[in-house]
Design a protein around this ligand. Sequence first.
Ligand SMILES: *[C@@H]1O[C@H](CO)[C@@H](O)[C@H](O)[C@H]1NC(C)=O
Length: 164
Amino acid sequence: MAPTIVTSALAALLLICSASFTSATVHHHHHYEKRALTPPAAPATNWTYLGCYTDSVGARGLTSAGYNSGDSMTNEACVSYCAGKNYIYAGTEYAGECYCGNKIQTTSTLDDDSTCNMACNGDATEPCGGSNRLTVYSTPPPAQDPGPFINPGVDGYHYQGCYR
Ligand SMILES: *[C@@H]1O[C@H](CO)[C@@H](O)[C@H](O)[C@H]1NC(C)=O
């Protein structure tokens, strides 16, 4: 009788130990992997990498639009979203957030690339900002409307300038 109890107690202990060992080894590290993260140079036509900028919840660097992806954020996805809304800046943050705007607020300043240290939750090779860090892309602003122009003249009349 006694050996059976000891044996099953031992078996139960082994089971508990192996269960906790298993759960301890299945930690996920996808936001903090130490591998090098490479920002895509051109995530869309005419969009280029600008750098890693500081950001904060209280004073966002890009304030015009944004979304939080479930687990599919990439810089390409964010740029596509912002370009579709005609914004000229797009930035990813905290692995899965995307922000857009037509200017970077002065509260956000350029920081070292290495501080954008979170992998995108949709692509582990790219940085998607970090904690209070934005991976920022931009595209040139659209050509300005040239405004009023001078009629070169019709029927033998020619423009002579603007007189008082
Ligand atoms: C890229 O920029 C060039 C030069 O401004 C422009 O002609 C072209 O239409 C742009 N392409 C796209 C896809 O925005």
